[in-house]
Design a protein around this ligand. Sequence first.
Ligand SMILES: Cc1ncc(COP(=O)(O)O)c(C=O)c1O
Length: 315
Amino acid sequence: MTGKSPAIAALAYHDGEFVPLERALVPVTTQALQYGTGVFEGIRAYVQVDGGLAIFRAHDHYRRLLRSSRTLRIEVGKSAEELCDLTVELLRRIEATEDTYIRPLAYKRALLPGERPGVQLLGVSDALSVNAFRMGSYTDPAGISCSIASWRRPASDVLPVRAKVTGGYVNNALAVDEARAAGHDDAILLNSRGHVAEASTSNVFAVVGGRLVTPPATADLLEGITRDTVVTLAADLLDVATDFHDLGRDDLLNADEVFLTGTGSEIVPVTRIAGRNVGDGVPGPLTTALMTAYQDVVRGKDRRYHHWLQAVHPA
Ligand SMILES: Cc1ncc(COP(=O)(O)O)c(C=O)c1O
């Protein structure tokens, strides 16, 4: 963390208007609160090399939000472009000038008149909120320690794991809780077939036998936008192709490098897994090169990827 917390103007987009954050509230009867029937995103805006602020891959995040919404029959009522514009307006209104985290949430709210109480998706109204707060990098560039969770990632015939559904995060929370109780920073979850799925809020990459590998989408994971960014940057800038194939627990224990990717965590080296060093126990060369390339891209230093940046305000 940068150490400085909240304290930008506290506003949210809530129920169609910009309101003070303390008024962006939901009743206790909210269906999503009771049944986990919401979908969300985590998006970052970065201070640019020229001093301006820009949102990274906002359109891709909102397209994923709309896909997740379809799965839960949530009518967001806005296009990805409109959601991007709304977010730019929110950041301008809160006068964000530092690295900012944006949290859109689309959710099932109240039973429509005449509907009987119960767990359902049809017959329930929909709502959208977006809030944002100051947040710099918070992961340790020197590397973190991960457990292999005893909690398995649910299979896609149990939960729609490729959608970012609030209720599904009970699984992630239990895995993180178990990892932290055992002195680790994060948890890597295996899927029901015993292959690596992902970490609690990020995707997993490993360097195995000189090859960069990440589990395929069919490994019951959320297809991260950072994962896609890393695959692109590795190919374009480092001439390293990514293999998409299943990884076992032993692949991780034998890997030369392991790192996690996520909007919040960015690229974070994993230097210990299940109490053992990964490689030499320090961030590896490919991980380090990708961390540098990623920062250059999100901060607008590498102009080849300016199409991924949406300006909030110029320098
Ligand atoms: C479970 C899970 N997997 C992977 C990711 C990484 O996704 P992204 O890179 O789009 O942030 C996240 C974060 O949103 C997540 O919560």
